[in-house]
Design a protein around this ligand. Structure first.
Ligand SMILES: [Zn+2]
Ligand SMILES: [Zn+2]
Ligand SMILES: [Zn+2]
Ligand SMILES: [Zn+2]
Length: 160
């Protein structure tokens, strides 16, 4: 008796999804517009795009940026514009433009948390540390303002 080597290694691919809503099946495979995941989606309040419904993955005060919906709401002009209750299109909003430091404005308008990026982002002068002259990226680095002048992290005067 020869045994055929064929074995059914009993794993059928089957994905079980908690949500039974019929629309979840095949129609226009919805994906998070930011990371491309397709489950557990919701729509953004600001622009109605599909996005991960992952806000509860965020650990309070951790400042982690692992939540698509939070990132979009907190770190984009689209989200800011909506949260602030501005009217009209955020890409043309003067309130946003004037209310936010240009460098931040550009970052918020063009970072990867956007579905649509700001087209003609204004140019801005990079910020230099008053002491060592190093460019400080306002959005990513910490810095201190003293007497209106910015200091990079390593030159920051001790606040007390
Ligand atoms: Zn996502
Ligand atoms: Zn939005
Ligand atoms: Zn606005
Ligand atoms: Zn410095």
């Amino acid at each position: 008796m020869t045994r055929s080597k064929k074995r059914n290694n009993g794993r059928t691919k089957r994905k079980k999804r908690g949500n039974r809503s019929a629309s979840a099946s095949k129609r226009s495979a919805r994906r998070c517009g930011l990371c491309g995941k397709s489950d557990n989606l919701t729509r953004t309040e600001c622009c109605g795009n599909w996005i991960c419904d992952d806000e509860d993955a965020y650990v309070l005060f951790s400042y982690a940026r692992n939540s698509c919906s939070r990132n979009h709401r907190r770190f984009t002009l689209c989200g800011h514009h909506h949260v602030e209750g501005h009217v009209g299109d955020w890409t043309e909003c003067q309130e946003c433009r004037e209310g936010i430091e240009t460098e931040m404005y550009v970052n918020f308008g063009t970072n990867d948390y956007n579905f649509v990026k700001l087209k003609n982002a204004p140019s801005y002068e990079p910020t230099h540390c008053k002491q060592c002259g190093k460019v400080i990226r306002l959005c990513e680095e910490s810095y201190t303002l003293k007497g209106g002048a910015p200091y990079c992290e390593s030159c920051s005067p001790v606040p007390w």
